[in-house]
Design a protein around this ligand. Sequence first.
Ligand code: DON
Length: 588
Amino acid sequence: MRLMPRTLILIALLVPALLPLQACAEQPQASNPREAAVAATHPPGTAIASAHSLATDAGLEIIAAGGNAFDAAVAVSATLSVVEPISSGLGGGGFFLLHDARSGKDVFVDARETAPAAATPEAFLDADGNLDRDRSVNGPWSAGIPGLPAALVHVAQTYGRLPLKQSLAPAIRIAREGFPVYERMARGYAARRGVMERYPGTRAVFLADGDTVEEGELFRQPDLARTLERLADGGFDGFYRGETARLLLDGVRAEGGQWTAEELAGYRVREREPLRFDYDGWQIVTAPPPSSGGVALAQMLQVLAPWDLAALPQGERVHLTVEAMRRAYRDRTFYLGDPDFVEVPVGLLTDPAYAAGLRASINPDRATPSDTFSGRPTPLEDEETTHFSIIDAEGNRVGATQTVNLLFGSGLVAPGTGFLLNNEMDDFALKAGTPNAFGVMGFDANAPEPGKRMLSSMTPTFMSSPDRVAVLGTPGGSRIITMVLLGILGYADGLSAPQVAALPRFHHQWMPDAISIEKDAMTPEVVAELRAMGHTVNVPGEEVAGGRRSSDSWGNLQTVSWDRRSDTLEGGTDPRNPVGKVGIRPTP
Ligand code: DON
């Protein structure tokens, strides 16, 4: 490949550090004329893709009862909170990207957890000044103030048509009546039980029958049903004040945490302007800070834009894409954080001219070494989180990614509440330059402060062209962004929704300086070609740094799309997760 003179190589790795950050204002957020032009055309029904069939069915039930995509989102989100305690829940947070067809407006509902005032950086250091990893991922100190319940209330009351009580009814029913434990949940429990069984509140939920969680058994959550009912009856106050708040404060304090009633009652969702940019004839609408996803996507796609990737042999395509990933994740490390607390240079980082500088630093024949910064990232840990995508018959869209962070979050259930608290505090740079559970690190921009939101990779995304509309997203920690990137490239290449969900994956996050690939994502010849270019490639089954093995597969991508030419809806649920479901309800 000879796409660029070698003399331009490696210059731009230093460029970002030299650019004046204050020079960059927020991106202008014009409304999309293409959207307005097609606002009169409606999809032929509703499509929902989620990681669990009961959640997809709950959404369809609410649509059948006269709800819109936003009511359905409340039902799907709450039901996922019940059936995937491994991934997300009332004790966690999330991002809801919404498109309102009537106004043509997009909005990003930020329900990310916030840092409690007591959670100073010092609180997470051990006697030697090292990051106390037990504190950062297990128990009360690892938990931020939950945001998801506030999002359910906000989305229902601001955008929905049905009462919150009605949209929460399926989740309440399933919490009370139970659902069969699936293999991934039983496996996750076995992996995390050592921590979970430390806490009496958690034991009361997961060992209620005196026995461990096993595949196929009915899992009932009566406390969670009551908590959801209080939310349904009381709205915001039904969770953040009164009985639930009291149980939460008691439970956290009993385990040595220090939440206050004011912090709970003071939690607020934020409505933010989504990030918006064009790629290859598509408009992309995606997650702004405190997600790092949208900024990274804008960088990577603008770096890649001049190349006809689909026409390149796989080795070259992967090399260029990895080089774009490497550069975007480097910037994530230094610049991204909660925009309510730090000035994030969004305008600069998403400027096409900046992308051109990054592109010029790519050597088409050689990997650019990442080690311009010292640090020893840890390997990726097991990971969870969940995403769902909806397009309704009116043209409304929802892409939502919600999480308690790692498997079963902090492992702590405050007695009587029925739900696990998140361990999202680990997404902060608790100790500057020390990698978190996903091997990503950060500095001042993502240091913990009272009330601050920790940086996220969750990237719910819309794509639209004159011909097609798509909603996509996935869990996967720091790998979320590269999965969404590959999904966007897949749609841009004309793939169907199921093909996008099934796409083989590869990932690079600057540090560690290695490409991870899924099993069978590329041939041994392509791996050899990449290694010859200087890339480290972690192949499943082979040993990687630290004596660990690279995972065979990752992600749980859920996507829906509407083809305006053929007026058809389709969905793709990730084949890596056997309990996911696409549901389509044609307009009667
Ligand atoms: O917000 C984030 O970026 C992480 N807490 C998401 C965690 C996650 O996706 C775990 N993965 N599968």
